[in-house]
Design a protein around this ligand. Structure first.
Ligand code: RI2
Length: 328
């Protein structure tokens, strides 16, 4: 490749910065990741040095791949990339730029509207005086509480801190900003507090065709306990969380993150003491799978669904086939 070709195919630094921020979880949460990825593609289109339509398309696909490779579990990321790349059309670079930027904007607007709409649907499940238990931090789940508050419904929250990264703190902060009374508990205390809980409300990173919910590690244990206590489990997930590949039998990859999120180097030294280092393994799965029988409702912007029927919506929205986002 000559220097000119290099320049034309170079991915904009903004894309690399966004990819890095997603990988390190500075940008996190399935919907937020999707939004940031669409924005990065728009920036790529805007800043392009490509002089030919072929170079432009190539560059956008490379950018999409770089963003895609950051985190494997939340399907909102490839769904967002696919959506934007499908809107890339035109015979000149200028036309391609305009169509890609417009498509990314459309995606981001729809994402926001879907979350608002989902919130209104989910709020219908909440009654005055209800106590809601949350896990991790989900903007889709919080949209339901926000819509309930807007409708004049008063709720309280029991917020699980959610190890290892304690993202429950983000939820607690947001709920306090809205004036919702919050009780923060460690994850291990959840079962004890379920007797005083009216709803478990969580988000999702991906929803599989059989209605399984892939969400932050600890969700499945919470859902099993909730079923045992008779507390309904409500999953707030925009349709961008539906994982189309699972219609053809693929499973959702579960991200394994750095062990230092669980055990810092100093803590590790403390644990191993004089014993050999290599005998201590630390595993840090970020997500788990909650089978559909533990989920009462999946709340989307298209209404609420029993998990077993979600495949119907999935077919309607995605058809039967999917491809890697950068494939033409
Ligand atoms: P929203 C998060 O994953 C949590 O698992 C959360 O429930 C889910 O994404 C959905 O978040 P992570 O990125 O899209 O914190 O509802 O690992 O905001």
């Amino acid at each position: 490749m000559g220097r000119m070709d290099d320049e034309q195919s170079a991915v904009d630094p903004t894309v690399a910065a966004t990819a890095e921020a997603i990988a390190t979880m500075e940008i996190r949460g399935a919907a937020t990741i999707a939004d940031a990825a669409a924005e990065a593609l728009a920036t790529q289109a805007d800043h392009t040095a490509a002089r030919s339509p072929a170079a432009f398309r190539d560059q956008l696909r490379t950018a999409a791949r770089e963003l895609y490779e950051t985190r494997p579990t939340a399907v909102s990321l490839p769904n967002a990339l696919r959506y934007v790349l499908r809107g890339m059309s035109g015979d000149t670079v200028t036309e391609l730029q305009a169509s890609t930027i417009a498509r990314a904007e459309e995606f981001r607007t729809e994402l926001e509207q879907a979350q608002d709409q989902l919130g209104r649907v989910g709020a219908n499940r909440l009654r005055d005086g209800d106590v809601v238990m949350t896990h991790c931090h989900s903007t889709d789940a919080l949209a339901c509480i926000e819509a309930a508050i807007d409708a004049g419904t008063e709720v309280e929250a029991i917020v699980k801190e959610t190890r290892p990264r304690k993202q429950g703190h983000i939820t607690a902060r947001q709920l306090r900003e809205w004036g919702v009374p919050v009780t923060l508990i460690v994850d291990n205390a959840a079962r004890r507090y379920l007797d005083g809980t009216d709803h478990v409300l969580v988000g999702a990173d991906s929803i599989a065709a059989d209605g399984s919910v892939i969400n932050k590690i600890g969700t499945s244990g919470l859902a099993v306990n909730a079923r045992e206590r008779g507390v309904p489990v409500m999953v707030a997930a925009q349709t961008i969380k539906l994982h189309p590949d699972t219609m053809t039998g693929h499973t959702v990859a579960i991200e394994m993150r750095d062990e230092r999120e669980v055990l810092t180097e100093a803590e590790r030294a403390d644990v191993t003491g004089d014993a050999p280092e290599e005998g201590l393994a630390v595993e840090n799965p970020s997500f788990d799978v909650t089978p559909p029988r533990y989920v009462d409702a999946i709340v989307t912007e298209r209404g609420q669904f029993p998990p077993e029927s979600i495949v119907t919506l999935m077919r309607e929205l995605f058809g039967e086939t999917t491809r890697e986002p950068w494939e033409p």
